[in-house]
Design a protein around this ligand. Structure first.
Ligand code: SAH
Length: 487
């Protein structure tokens, strides 16, 4: 299995910087042992104008078969292993992708301590894979790589050059070229897409594969036109995992789109509360309303569900009445930003013991959410497709069952008060719906009734006599602590 990466350069930006980026010295040939065989890294050429790194994986078929047996699958080697005897030593595939991520792990993460400015720079890249098993053929190869900014040259490899009549094999030779990508991006594309094209993963899919896929796909997989195919093939067509990954990807995309826009819009709404010189942004008014309601409920241990970038967690930390604050979000990116905002790593021990952030989806019940005094869902429900809302409802009101639940959501009636918003548009492109006051009330009352809660409603922001406030808040209080009524 063989792959080369070539870059060109100038005296100011020499191509041999590739050595820094890959953390592998251009003058050396190195070998790394992996569980599947030996990975060699060498540079067939290393000049300032042009530098090529080659990754060659020598597969040890015996080790592979042993590994398959040893993993406690009742001693039966995977049937798919049979093919390793045939093509694995030669064809680039999922094994090469695994080697790639092992041997070039810092490069894939975009880390280069020696030259920290390098990883973020796009540079001319040419990737060659002479024998790539490609189920779906050249067409699919183009569909996968072209949307990512690659120029793709792909040729089917004939079964036998002496007997053209035999037709093409399932292999292609592939050359990718781009001037707009960073090396880290390129490696992450290969890490995901080589096994997708191979479509025969060499080991069974463990739940952490979803995380690996999301990490490697960050920044390009959400929004890729073939996202579904990539996800499902990468996860070897395990449907439950595929669904989970698809959903999380979608949510990550939503969350990212959210980041900039929400504050912008909130400020716009705040600006409309006339008169005062510096109007309080709606986001701030919302947090104030939430904190007031939480204090009133005498909550000490609070969940912030869909905490986003942690603004509410930060506000809650300032009040010692809140002894434990847990932020949960489906987006790792949002949580990373939240943790940076809170300076979690530099917090004193006492303060740090009050706060926790973790990743989770509200569409699934989660034992970690049980036993809290209160839960806040601030501007979260409208990000779920309506058919998924009952799942969230059950996870929060049926399973986690905090004593108090606060839910805020936009009031769509207020949108007409907003000059910058064309009629009939929602406030944010990723809102799946926006409710009128009556719709929100109807939903909240049904939920309360079904799960043994009482519910009251409060306006947040200027309460317009005709259309109501920009944000509406429901305060649920448990009346029947024992159990949910059947849905
Ligand atoms: N609560 C914050 C963020 C609102 S944006 C605030 O009021 O500013 C909506 C957030 O909900 C995003 O961070 C998004 O990642 C998160 N989210 C959406 N669906 C989710 C789900 N199913 N599980 C967990 N979090 C979700």
């Amino acid at each position: 299995m063989f792959l080369t990466i070539t870059t060109t350069g100038t005296p100011e930006r020499p191509a041999t910087d590739l050595g820094y980026l890959l953390h592998k010295h251009p003058d050396k040939a190195q070998a790394f042992s992996t569980s599947y065989g030996t990975a060699h890294v060498l540079y067939p050429e290393a000049e300032a104008q042009r530098c090529t790194a080659a990754l060659l994986l020598e597969v040890d078929a015996v080790a592979l078969v042993r590994r398959g047996k040893g993993k406690g699958r009742g001693g039966a080697p995977d049937a798919a292993l049979a093919q390793y005897v045939n093509d694995r030593p030669y064809a680039a595939s999922s094994l090469l992708a695994v080697a790639l991520s092992g041997v070039f792990s810092s490069a894939m993460k975009g880390v280069c301590n020696a030259r920290p400015e390098l990883p973020d720079q796009a540079r001319p890249l040419r990737v060659e894979v002479p024998a790539l098993p490609a189920r779906g053929g050249p067409d699919l190869v183009r569909k996968l790589f072209e949307p990512l900014g690659w120029t793709v040259a792909v040729e089917p490899v004939p079964l036998d050059t002496e007997f053209p009549g035999w037709g093409d094999s399932r292999y292609v030779s592939l050359v990718l070229e781009s001037d707009t990508l960073t090396l880290a991006e390129a490696l992450r594309h290969l890490y995901v897409l080589l096994p997708v094209l191979d479509d025969a993963k060499h080991y069974w899919v463990a739940p952490d594969e979803v995380d690996k896929l999301l990490r490697a796909g960050e920044g390009w997989l959400p929004g890729h036109p073939e996202q579904r195919l990539i996800t499902s093939r990468y996860l070897s067509r395990r449907w439950s995992l595929t669904r989970q990954a698809t959903e999380r990807l979608e949510l990550v995309r939503l969350a990212e789109a959210d980041d900039s826009e929400v504050e912008e819009i909130d400020n716009a709404v705040g600006a409309e509360t006339e008169a005062e010189e510096k109007p309080t942004p709606l986001a701030v008014q919302r947090r104030e309303a939430i904190v007031t309601a939480l204090r009133r409920s005498k909550a000490a241990r609070v969940l912030d569900l869909g905490c986003g970038q942690g603004q509410l967690v930060q506000t809650l930390l300032k009040d010692p009445a809140f002894t434990e604050i847990v932020g949960v979000d489906v987006s790792m990116r949002a949580l990373t930003i939240a943790s940076r905002r809170l300076k979690l790593d530099r917090m004193g021990e006492r303060q740090a013991s009050r706060v926790q952030l973790f990743q989770g989806s509200l569409a699934y019940t989660d034992v970690r959410l049980k036993g809290y005094d209160a839960a806040v869902l601030s501007e979260v429900v409208e990000h779920l497709d309506l058919p998924r809302l009952p799942a969230l409802e059950y996870a929060v009101f049926g399973s986690a069952r905090p004593r108090t639940v606060l839910v805020t959501t936009p009031n769509v009636e207020y949108n007409v008060r907003w000059e910058s918003l064309p009629a009939g548009h929602v406030r944010h492109g990723d809102h799946r719906f926006e409710w009128t006051r009556a719709q929100f009330r109807a939903w909240a009352e049904t939920v309360a009734e079904r799960h043994g809660y009482g519910v009251a409603f409060e306006p947040v922001g200027p309460d317009d006599p005709e259309v109501g406030p920009p944000t509406q808040m429901a305060v649920f209080t448990q009346t029947d602590p024992k159990e949910a009524k059947a849905a």
